[in-house]
Write a protein that binds this ligand. Structure first.
Ligand code: RP5
Length: 169
């Protein structure tokens, strides 16, 4: 699924290990949409569809993808395995697991051995949102429209806090 202008090739790939991760990863997709970043959304499992994972990571750059946001839970190998197969920047989102509340996901994604980096975000919705903001920040280095959208998002966020100083209201 491509989200945004269908005529434009997606520049960010949002992938996740299972459909059950969408509840978390939809926040990455929503933020990218808000910033006007055309992106694709795919379920790619390191464990259940390893050949698809290799194919996705191998072809991402030639298809025009510039950044990958990968979310997974439990034994969360997806971000690290994708990073192993592509030179693109990969941002990992630890999905909150039922058994260990996402600590397993966080450590699986964060503890990459030296040489293959994954930029690891917070567990859950905050991480998914911030992964999208990080992806947009990378694009913004060479895309003034995305840079302006990021500036506008931050300004609006700041103004919302300033406009609502009383937490009881
Ligand atoms: C991981 O296993 C997925 O990323 C998901 O977070 C977790 C559980 O998957 P399901 O059993 O819900 O499909 O690979």
């Amino acid at each position: 699924m491509t989200v945004g202008n269908e005529a434009t090739a997606p520049r960010v790939g949002v992938v996740m290990g299972s459909r059950s991760d969408w509840e978390t990863m939809e926040h990455a997709s929503a933020m990218l949409s808000r910033l006007g970043v055309v992106h694709e959304v795919r379920v790619v499992s390191a464990h259940r569809t390893p050949d698809l994972l290799f194919d996705y990571a191998n072809t991402a750059r030639e298809r025009g993808i510039q950044v990958i946001v990968a979310g997974a839970g439990g034994a969360a190998h997806l971000p690290g395995m994708i990073a192993a197969k592509t030179p693109l920047p990969v941002f990992g989102v630890p999905v909150q697991s039922k058994a260990l509340n996402g600590m397993d996901s966080l450590l699986s994604i964060a503890q990459m051995p030296a040489g293959i980096p994954v930029g690891t975000l917070a567990i859950g919705k905050a991480g998914a949102t911030n992964a999208a903001l990080m992806a947009a920040s990378v694009l913004a280095l060479h895309d003034p429209a995305v840079a302006a959208a990021l500036d506008a998002f931050r300004a609006e966020q700041t103004q919302t806090v300033l406009d609502n100083p009383d937490p009881r209201a």
